[in-house]
Design a protein. Sequence first.
Length: 116
Amino acid sequence: QVQLVESGGGLVQAGGSLRLSCAASGTVFSINIMGWYRQVPGKQREFVAAISSGGRANYADSAKGRFTISRDNAKNTVSLQMDSLKPEDTAVYYCALGNHSSIDYWGQGTQVTVSS
């Protein structure tokens, strides 16, 4: 079993920055993909960014140029640096762990609120 614990959410003004972190504990396979999704009430959870254990990163169009995902394989952690935040980035952000075909584990979520 794997547990994902997020941290770093909060309230920030538009144009500001936040850094989210997620730590995985338990039996974590060395080859995996870790990433971030977000969800606002009444909408489906949407992809934000992901990074493979080999370091290959992918971003949603909304995140390109503003967000940077990184990971530390030795510590089983993934981070999301979010810059130039916009009010539309307001959401609950979820850490995810899986592989190319499925997401196997989710974190509990952390609230990010961007005020205008």
